[in-house]
Design a protein around this ligand. Structure first.
Ligand code: CMC
Length: 370
């Protein structure tokens, strides 16, 4: 038995939810470029869960279900009020999503119908939790979800308390489409491992949130913005990037396990970063990002991934840096739950082997003689 570090190249599951073939990402057979240009996030949620794009009436029904489920149980809001104010939003989200199960009477109901209903509740309530904590930590009261609004509109509304403009809603909606699913990424794999023991969907999504939080996965978008702020200005880029690479440190938002010729999602976010920056006459972060991209490619041959330009997009939308990864979770919840539902449909426990590299033939010695 020989281990493959990081499971690189290992095919660990079959899935009909999404695929990456020759650098092309598809959700249920639809190219991400097509979806990013035309679909709304709610259409993508339906597509991921049900395997087809919704008809008009199916979309209206899904939106109504999400809207009706968006309020979070009061005891979960009470938990958010108890959290120390300096806790990172991802840690809060992990705890809050776990606690949702306690207040859901269907939490242990493993029927497919109940699991779809719970997927909808998770999808609808995660944005409400993120926005509520963002307000509570600033001593502001949480804002109740607005009936009939899309997830993107509702999130911005619950975060700021004012009606978001159409450009901001569209930009966030597109970012949600782009992050919704990504084959067997680390957090999706974690969610599938959890539910393959026949544990419940809340446990699966809680595992996924804990996995997404790390800087090598979803946490990278916050790392990109921290890097841009640390560099500070375009003339400091050269020294900073060369220094990082010489010290063999990772630059957040670059590289990918699967894409070697570039992440197909990055160009959409780059375009958004430019358009939003131009509109607000603040191209500083965009210009810095473009310069970093060129330098890193020239020096190391690495290309930006989905997290690189999303950092400047969210910043221009006025979103605090530590909410970037929770926004990733708002989007990826659709993919996690689609994979969880797929796993339940054709389950076998996921239990690989490990190559043992520790000591052998050890003999027990009583504690007094050690
Ligand atoms: N900065 C500097 N060097 C890098 C980077 C980077 N961001 N990414 C890869 N490398 C180098 C790495 O040092 C190694 O070089 P060498 O062969 O000279 O030792 C080589 O490229 C291979 O890297 P690796 O870490 O073995 O690659 P991996 O497939 O195990 O990791 C990765 C993939 C995405 C974790 C990694 O590229 C990385 O840490 N990137 C920075 C974090 C990041 O942006 N993560 C978001 C990933 S995409 C969205 C998501 O899934 O969340």
């Amino acid at each position: 038995m020989t281990a493959t570090k990081g499971l690189e190249g290992i095919v660990a599951a079959t899935t009909s939810v999404s695929s990456i073939v020759d650098g092309v990402l598809t959700y249920r057979g639809y190219d991400i470029d097509d979806l990013a240009d035309h679909a709304t996030f709610e259409e993508v949620i339906y597509l991921l869960w049900y395997g087809k794009l919704p008809s008009h009436s199916e979309l209206i029904q899904l939106k109504a279900e999400l809207s009706a489920s968006a309020a979070v149980p009061a005891p979960v809001i009470d938990i958010l009020k108890l959290v120390p104010r300096n806790t990172t939003p991802m840690a809060v989200l992990r705890t809050a999503v776990s606690s949702l199960a306690i207040y859901d009477p269907e939490a242990e109901d493993m029927s497919p119908e109940a699991n779809y209903r719970k997927a909808a509740r998770l999808q609808a309530q995660i944005p409400t939790i993120v926005a509520a904590y963002a307000r509570l930590r600033n001593q502001d009261d949480p804002i109740s979800p607005k009936e009939g609004a899309s997830i993107a509109e509702n999130f911005l509304y619950m975060l700021t308390g004012s009606e978001p403009d159409a450009v901001a809603i569209k930009a966030l909606d597109k970012a949600l489409v782009l992050h919704a699913d990504h084959e067997l990424n680390a957090s999706t794999f974690a969610s599938r491992v959890t539910v393959a023991t026949l544990s419940d969907i809340y446990s699966g999504v809680t595992s996924a949130i804990g996995t997404l939080k790390g800087p090598l996965h979803g946490g990278a978008n916050e790392g990109v913005m921290a890097m841009l702020e640390e560099i500070g200005s375009i003339d400091q880029i050269d020294d900073y990037v060369r220094g990082k690479l010489e010290r063999r440190e990772k630059l957040m938002g670059f590289g990918h396990r699967v894409y070697k010729g570039g992440d197909p999602r990055a160009k959409h976010l780059q375009r958004m970063s430019y358009e939003l920056g131009k509109r607000t006459e603040n191209l500083k972060w965009y210009d810095m990002s473009v310069k970093i991209e060129g330098l890193v490619f020239g020096l190391k041959g690495l290309r930006p991934n989905v997290d690189f330009y999303s950092a400047s997009v969210y910043t221009i939308l006025g979103i605090p840096r530590d909410l970037f990864t929770p926004i990733f979770a708002i989007s990826r919840c659709s993919g996690w739950t689609a994979h969880i539902l797929e796993q339940y449909e054709n389950n076998r426990i996921i239990r690989p082997r490990a190559e043992y590299v520790g000591k052998a033939d050890q003999k027990y010695v009583p504690v007094d003689y050690r």
